[in-house]
Design a protein around this ligand. Sequence first.
Ligand code: TRP
Length: 338
Amino acid sequence: MAEQTTEQKKQRIFSAIQPTGVFTLGNYIGAVRNWDKLQEQYECIYAIADLHAITVMQEPAKLRQNTMRAFALMLACGMDPERSITFVQSLNPHHAELSWVLSCSTMFGELSRMTQFKDKSRRHSDNINAGLFTYPVLMAADILAYNADLVPIGADQKQHLELARNIAQRFNQRYGDTFTVPDCYIAPQGARLMSLQDPTKKMSKSDENANGCVFILDDKDTILRKFKRAVTDSETEVCFREGKDGINNLMTIYSAVTGKTFAEIEAEFAGKGYGDFKTAVGEAVADHLAPLQAEYNRLIADKAYLTACMNNGAEQAFRLTRRTLQKVYRKVGFVDRK
Ligand code: TRP
């Protein structure tokens, strides 16, 4: 009789981030810092999506540098190459190969309805290339190649995931069961941070006012300055109350990085002014990010390690996707793939 396994097989998560920009404090508090727990519960596969990045104009040297940075940041934020598969998308050729096959199961009309394509073609009207149009097919290939169960994504990628599900279902129907139909991973509700300049809006890297958003690699002076300029209200009391959006947001941030409750924070700042409070929040955020920043700086200086690590991850990724590609090639009627 087969040996009984008490441990259930972990569900598989796939996600990718583009090598553009740095996480905001909002991304970090809301989702990224839960990566540690995520890797306990799930089998995680995380890629830097450099293939997707070239759908808009990139300067080659910059892209290479940003890819290294994004990879280092992913590791500094806790993605652990010992426990998870971490790599760069272009290092595993199966993504692009599968994308071609899947594009023949994707309708022109479906891609035409993608709101991100419409937005981006408006913003980059001088470069409406075919890759921008088929971008969601490559994303579907990323996910389906690994038969991922769950995909953590932001609201802006929902429509793309929905399309990936449709492509998987269509392919399965036409050729027989091949792909896992992925679901959206809904993260346990982390704190939602608001802009420091307009606390009724979510903290976003595209905030018109640069002081509204803190990035996790901002240096201490920048962090302190952004918090010092945070918009509050005309009262003086540090307390969490409806209508005090600015103070509520600062309390949320302070609580998230210190672990203190709102009651403790109110007691700590009773009789003190907003100025003291803002400085304390800035200091606490800078202290909280310091170890992550130190790790990032250590990694980014070690190019040999990063290169070895992303290639090693890509090899692991390649082994997983080879089986999918073999299966797909056989199903669509290609001659045997060794
Ligand atoms: N398109 C995603 C973004 O810009 C990045 C991405 C590429 C992705 N492939 C993916 C996300 C697969 C999840 C799964 O955010």
